[in-house]
Design a protein around this ligand. Structure first.
Ligand SMILES: [Zn+2]
Length: 313
């Protein structure tokens, strides 16, 4: 099924498929499905170039909750604007979630720094756990309402909406750390062996707090020392850096039927949109109508018959 899916997709879009969704099991010797780590799109840049960027103007929509225009103007009150390049890059890649409305609470910063920050954020939310398909899923309550309405609408049309796995909705910080390490550790070994990184630097990076590693790794990538699984492109197109996954916000859902256009429409009608340009199974609860998204400062990237709503910044 996955292979057929892969063939059907523009290779361009595959590259970052993993950004928010894919989480490798931690058992040793596991070889993840090839299509989910094919570094098939070493050329994400080209992919991005080919994407039909629809820069919709940011004029106020009558339906928009706020009258402010532009992505940054619509971020939550008190949002911590990133001051560094890494934060800005992450905001550009994963930032649509911060505009979420309709009774949910988005985070007010780009990166959660540790488990306790995530736990504090998650525990203050109005949450609900429900069976979706054969998995117990936890989401923010309004996002769960939207998902359940979508499930009902799909059923009425003779279709299904189910999660891809047990971790398709809520995730913990430590899950995002495990995945990060599964990329960083082998890459450090590789580049040390190649003499591109000194053993001292590798040891220094390993000893850093995870959050600080992100900055350090992205700095090395600027010099062509890449940390994605195939070592040919940025790690952020392979995994979401720890503390940045939309799943930590309980506003994301990885849908098994993501390749079905009718299902994508039903999800959108219920406030769930695709917001990470190359993460195909991943949906984000934004809690508004699609027609309101340009007014919130999101732009539409169309690729492979799909629409991704990403920050216009
Ligand atoms: Zn996801």
């Amino acid at each position: 099924m996955k292979n057929r899916l892969l063939v059907a997709l523009a290779p361009a879009i595959v590259s970052g498929m993993l950004t928010g969704c894919w989480k490798e099991p931690t058992r040793p010797n596991y070889d993840p499905p090839t299509n989910y780590r094919t570094e098939a799109a070493a050329n994400r840049t080209n992919a991005d170039r080919e994407m039909n960027t629809n820069k919709t103007n940011n004029a106020n929509s009558a339906e928009t909750e706020k009258t402010k225009t532009g992505f940054k103007a619509n971020l939550p009150d008190g949002f911590e604007q990133p001051a560094d390049d890494v934060g800005t890059k992450l905001l550009r890649e994963y930032g649509a979630v911060f505009l979420a409305r309709g009774g949910v609470t988005p985070p007010k910063k780009v990166v959660f720094r540790n488990e306790s920050e995530v736990a504090a954020f998650q525990s203050a939310l109005k949450r609900r756990r429900e069976m979706i398909g054969s998995f117990s899923m936890e989401l923010q309550a309004a996002a769960m309402d939207g998902l359940q309405n979508a499930v009902k609408a799909a059923a009425a049309a003779g279709q299904k909406i189910t999660p891809r796995g047990a971790d398709s909705a809520k995730r913990t910080y430590s899950e995002t750390v495990g995945l990060w390490n599964s990329r960083v550790d082998p890459a450090l070994k590789h580049w040390t062996a190649k003499g591109k990184i000194s053993q001292a630097d590798a040891d220094r990076i390993k000893a850093m707090a995870t959050f600080d590693q992100v900055t350090e790794v992205l700095k090395l990538e600027e010099k062509g020392i890449f940390f994605a699984k195939d070592l040919s492109k940025s790690i952020i197109y392979s995994v979401a850096p720890p503390g940045t996954s939309q799943h930590l916000s309980l506003l994301a859902f990885d849908c098994e039927q993501h390749d079905n256009a009718a299902i994508r429409s039903i999800m959108a009608e219920n406030g769930w949109f695709q917001t990470v340009a190359s993460d195909l199974p991943h949906f984000t609860f934004l809690g508004v109508k699609e027609s309101e998204l340009p007014g919130l400062g999101l732009k539409k990237l169309s690729s492979g018959g799909r629409n991704f709503w990403v920050p216009d910044m």
